[in-house]
Structure formats: structure tokens, C-alpha cells
Design a binder for this molecule. Structure first.
Ligand code: ATR
Length: 273
């Protein structure tokens, strides 16, 4: 039986076991996917034993994504650009690291707002780890202007320098002015997660009527930003689909079948506490 895992610290709240468990069941595959708590102290040893273990691979989440990238020799292009690994697999005995977050972000928009690929100016709020995957996805899709606005401007500047000439860095105080010609707005910051209101920072009524607004935060599903955008009649895409889609390439590598992201799966994962 093939066995895969998700490791993080803590890991008990991860929805990944329910997600992969759903697919294993649906596709009638004799495999398992379990949550494996590994502390930061033990993570390097854990990685070094994987090539000769019972595991076929797994996912890596907070706080190990950047450490995994720094320790794994064989990383895919996305992991290299993003500087973080979220998916591990074994190839000819070698441990491989990949990053599927950017794929998950793009596939979610492809599902719910496929016209996003026609957008010319994106505004990304936030410049943390999650923002890197989003900016990589936007650059890969050929979005002409990628504006990064963050509370700490130096972090936005670092990302802008890293991802190249399509990007510019801004403070949050500039967002109002930037909104007028933004056609794709993405929140990657943790604002809104703790009940804080993003609408003090982002006045979505300044966006053109055809703009798309998405939030990669999915707890709550309807973030204050999405609620405000919805009230203005704008197209909104919640962040749950990014979680669901980022899991597809890993599942396929470990278990040999490409699973589908469906409404049934969405509803099942929404019901997981
Ligand atoms: P992640 O890896 O999930 O992106 P992170 O690296 O801690 O997490 O980044 C969180 C992001 O949310 C950052 O852009 C952070 O802004 P700073 O770089 O200035 O810290 C942003 N953020 C968190 N709380 C915020 C708040 N109350 N107001 C504005 N931005 C906030």
C-alpha cells in the first residue's frame, strides 16, 4: 500500500488528509495519506531518511516549506522561483521537491474566472511566503504589470526585485490610487483572517466593474474583502480552490492517477472542522 503524508508543526488542523482521503476513496486506490507532526528540530533528519523509507512522498507545510527548499538538491522550477517546497516525491531513489501553490492559484482562477488570463494589471496585497507563489503564477501567465503592496514596503521591494521587471513595490497607502487601473486584485496577506477589515485598506468600489477579486485566505471563505467586492457586483473567487488544486499534482505523482477537483469535494472539505 502506498503511503503519503503531510508534515508541519502543528499539523492537526490540516485539511489535506481529508482531501487526499476523499480522492483515494473515490478512485478506489489502496493507499493512505496521514498527518505527521515533525518539529523544526527534527525536520532535517526526517527529510534525510525519506529516500529509504516506507513513504512515497508527501506535502510540507508551515513552518518547513523554506527549510525543505534549502535542504533538497533536486527542486522544480516553481520551487526555485518561489524559494519554498510544498510537495515531495522520490524519483530513482532521489528526494525531489516541488511547489504546486502557483499551479493551485492559477487552476482555481481558471475554474471560476478564466478571463483572468486576459488581465493586464494585477495588484497583490501582501509580501509574505504565500505572495511569492501568487506573483510567480501571475508572471508565468504573462500579466504585464504586477504591483505588490505591503505594510512593510521593503518586503514588497524584495519580491519585486526577485520577480523582475513586470513588478513594482508599493506601500498600503498607495493602494487607493492603484485600484483605478487594476483588473485583478489578490489578497495574500493575513488581514481579514482575524476579523480585521481589509476595506479600510482596500476600497474595492474604486475598481472597474469588470475586475476580478480573489483572496487566498479561505477561513473564512467569504473574507471581508470578497464580501465588499461582491456587494459592488464584482467577480469574486474564494481561496478554497487553490488548496484543492495544489494537491492534484502530488496525488498524481504518489498514487498514479490524476484526481478531479469537483463541487462534491469542495462541499466535503468545507464540512471538515
Ligand atoms: P504567509 O507565508 O502566509 O504569506 P507571512 O510571511 O507572515 O505569511 O506574511 C503575512 C503577510 O500579511 C505579510 O505581507 C504581512 O505584512 P508585513 O510584511 O508588513 O508583516 C501581512 N499582514 C499581516 N497582518 C497584517 C495587518 N494587520 N495589516 C497589514 N498587513 C498585514
Amino acid at each position: 500500500m502506498k503511503k503519503a503524508f503531510v508534515t508541519g508543526w502543528p499539523i492537526s488542523h490540516s485539511k489535506s488528509p481529508a482531501l487526499h482521503g476523499f480522492w483515494l476513496n473515490k478512485l478506489d486506490i489502496a493507499g493512505s495519506y496521514e498527518a505527521l507532526p515533525v518539529s523544526s528540530e527534527n525536520f532535517p533528519d526526517f527529510l534525510s531518511t525519506l529516500g529509504n523509507s516506507e513513504w512515497v512522498g508527501g506535502n510540507v507545510t508551515i513552518p518547513h516549506k523554506e527549510t525543505a527548499f534549502s535542504l533538497i538538491k533536486n527542486c522544480d522550477a516553481a520551487a526555485k522561483a518561489i524559494g519554498a517546497v510544498n510537495t515531495l516525491w522520490i524519483e530513482n531513489g532521489d528526494l525531489m521537491g516541488g511547489n504546486t501553490d502557483a499551479y493551485g492559484f492559477s487552476a482555481n482562477l481558471d475554474d471560476f474566472a478564466p478571463q483572468w488570463r486576459e488581465c493586464s494589471t494585477a495588484l497583490v496585497i501582501g509580501a509574505g511566503g504565500a505572495s511569492r507563489a501568487v506573483i510567480y503564477a501571475l508572471a508565468e501567465a504573462g500579466i504585464e504589470k504586477i504591483r505588490i503592496a505591503n505594510r512593510t514596503v521593503s518586503r514588497a521591494q524584495n519580491l519585486s526585485d526577485h520577480f523582475g521587471p513586470a513588478c513594482t513595490a508599493h506601500g498600503l497607502d498607495e493602494t487607493s490610487d492603484l485600484l483605478a487601473d487594476t483588473d485583478l486584485l489578490i489578497n495574500t496577506s493575513s488581514m481579514g483572517m482575524s476579523g480585521e477589515n481589509t476595506d479600510q485598506v482596500v476600497d474595492v468600489s474604486r475598481l472597474a466593474a469588470t475586475s476580478i477579486v480573489t483572496d487566498i485566505v479561505y477561513t473564512p471563505l467569504m473574507t471581508p474583502l470578497l464580501a465588499a467586492a461582491d456587494q459592488c457586483g464584482l467577480k469574486t473567487v474564494d481561496g478554497l480552490g487553490m488548496l484543492l488544486h495544489q494537491a492534484v499534482p502530488g496525488f498524481e505523482k504518489w498514487f498514479g492517477a490524476r484526481p478531479e477537483v469537483t463541487e462534491e469535494l469542495r462541499q466535503r472539505i468545507l464540512g471538515v472542522a
